[in-house]
Design a protein around this ligand. Structure first.
Ligand code: ZN
Length: 173
C-alpha cells in the first residue's frame, strides 16, 4: 500500500470521465489499497481513483460516524440506481480542494450497485453522510466536482483562489 499524491483543482484531469473496470484483478486490488491508504492519510471520508490520476471507476469511502454502515467500503463500477426525493444539505469538502468547504444539496438517501473487491455484484442503501459521500465520489467518476453544485459566483470565487494558489506554488518551487 502506498500513499499517492492527490490531484488538486484546477487540475484538468479531475474533469475526465473515468472508464468502467472490466475485471477486478490484482491491479484493481492494489489500486483499492492505495486509495484507502491515501484517503486515511488525508483524513478524508472518500476518494475516487481519478483523484490520484487513474481514470477508472473505482472509489473508496469510510464514514466513521455512521455506525450501521459497513465501513470501509471499496466500490468498483458504482452506479446510483435510486435517489430519494428527500434532499439534505451537507457541508462538503474534498481532498482535491484542500481547505475549502461549502454547503451542497443532494438526495438524502441512495441505492448503489457496485462490484466488491471479489468482483461480486453488491447493492447497498445508504442515508445521510454515507449517501452524500457516495454521491460526491460517483460524481468524480463523471468529472463532476462538488463545486459544480454551487452557484456560478461561489464556484468562481473558489476556483480563482485555487488557481492563484497553484501559481504561487509554481513560483515558490
Ligand atoms: Zn472529492
Amino acid at each position: 500500500m502506498t500513499v499517492r499524491p492527490i490531484l488538486v483543482a484546477p487540475d484538468k484531469r479531475l474533469k475526465l470521465y473515468s472508464n468502467p473496470v472490466e475485471k477486478v484483478d490484482a491491479e484493481i486490488h492494489a489500486l483499492l489499497d492505495d486509495l484507502m491508504e491515501t484517503m486515511y492519510a488525508g483524513d478524508g471520508l472518500g476518494l475516487a481513483a481519478i483523484q490520484i490520476g487513474v481514470p477508472k471507476r473505482v472509489i473508496v469511502v469510510d464514514v466513521h460516524a455512521t455506525a450501521d454502515a459497513p465501513t470501509p467500503l471499496k466500490l468498483v463500477n458504482p452506479e446510483i440506481l435510486w435517489f430519494s426525493p428527500e434532499r439534505i444539505v451537507y457541508e462538503e469538502g474534498c481532498l482535491s480542494f484542500p481547505e475549502y468547504f461549502a454547503d451542497v444539496e443532494r438526495a438524502s438517501a441512495v441505492r448503489v450497485r457496485y462490484l466488491d473487491e471479489n468482483g461480486k455484484t453488491q447493492e447497498i442503501e445508504a442515508a445521510e453522510t454515507l449517501a452524500v459521500c457516495l454521491q460526491h465520489e460517483v460524481d468524480h467518476l463523471d468529472g463532476k466536482l462538488f463545486v459544480d453544485h454551487l452557484s456560478l459566483v461561489k464556484r468562481g470565487i473558489i476556483l480563482r483562489k485555487m488557481a492563484k494558489a497553484a501559481r504561487a506554488q509554481v513560483k515558490d518551487a
